[in-house]
Write a protein that binds this ligand. Sequence first.
Ligand SMILES: [Zn+2]
Length: 427
Amino acid sequence: MTTIDRSAGFLHRERETASAAEWQSYNDEQVRDLCVMAYREAPAVKKIFDDAGIDPDDIRGTADLAKIPVTSKSRLAELQAENPPFGGFLTVPVNELKRIFMSPGPIYDPQGRVPDFWGWSEGFYAAGFRPQDVVINTFGYQMTPAGLMFEESLLEIGCCVLPTGVGNTETQVQLMKNLGVTGFVGMASFLRKIGEKAREMGIDPGKDLRLEIGYVAAEILTDALRAEVEDMYGMTLCQGYGTADCGCLAYECREKNGMHFTSNAYVEIVDPQTGQPLGPGEPGEVVVTMFNPIYPLIRFGTGDLSAYTNETCACGRTAPRLTRIMGRVDQITKVKGMFVHPSQADQVVAAFPQVARYQIVVTREQNSDIMTFNLEMKEQPADEEAFIREFSAAVQDGLKLRPVVRLVPAGSIADDGKKIRDERQWD
Ligand SMILES: [Zn+2]
């Protein structure tokens, strides 16, 4: 093991540890300046403001952002198709860009010429990456921005990067071993695959490799997967959250208890139907306003579902944290005014190992929504009533809704993969 102190320090101490009042004035100033500039320089932003009857001078700070409609990812793709390549959002001539990428949609993603354009370095540093690290970057380097997006930030910190891209696990193992690789960037499931390959090759990932730190993104990281990989290599795994359009939006520190908002954007959690901001703990869509003068996405709807907390974090960073990414907004169902996502239900059910399978059926009777949990059991509870009471209480706690709970015979839940079936009829 190296003797690098990975938990000490901050990349931008002053900003990352700012007080709530300092954060507020920083965000207000960024939002105010961005809206005025974007209205002047980006025709797409001008049109959004004009259509909504908004004067850029009316946006005095983050509290006024809710006046601006959310632009969804699919809308961005449409605008780009109508007005290629960037839909009127780019504020500089195309030839002043450093690179242009294409991600599925198709959506074109610009890279400006400033260092660390996508802003992942803060997250890498918080996770414990240091200049002494030799890092394999297993994100793809072609067409989509993923690979270079992370590489630029690793270089900014001073790490040495091996641009291995995805695939070829045997070569990845050999490189890790021969070059004393200490850091990994990529998907956690891929890192597990590399570890499995190493074992096949007679190499113990924990003893024969020197991996100490990993940074993962692009998939939902379960506690089980994280624990498995950390244990496999004897390493620390932190995750980040971002998109190809925006770059880093939130990142974990070594406390691993949620992802701190980046200081490169203003992050909101909003009601996906009304676009209005929600408070701490309330699940909603992640909507971001990028403090990016060349590509000012203002209230960009990522389509991802999350919630945030502003409880203090032991690391000393003061930015609020996304608690976790729960899935896509288009998978949610609204029941009695509350959003229910399959992943929230999964979490509740996971506490009851005696449940084999479940499905939620939402119906409507006398103008009222009814949420029924149908449960197929591995074993019948000795006291069925007590079990149903306990399960109902867990649902009320987790989903803030009172369910009907039914134990159904094995095989009666349709095998269509739907965790939530909406059977409501709307007149
Ligand atoms: Zn923290």
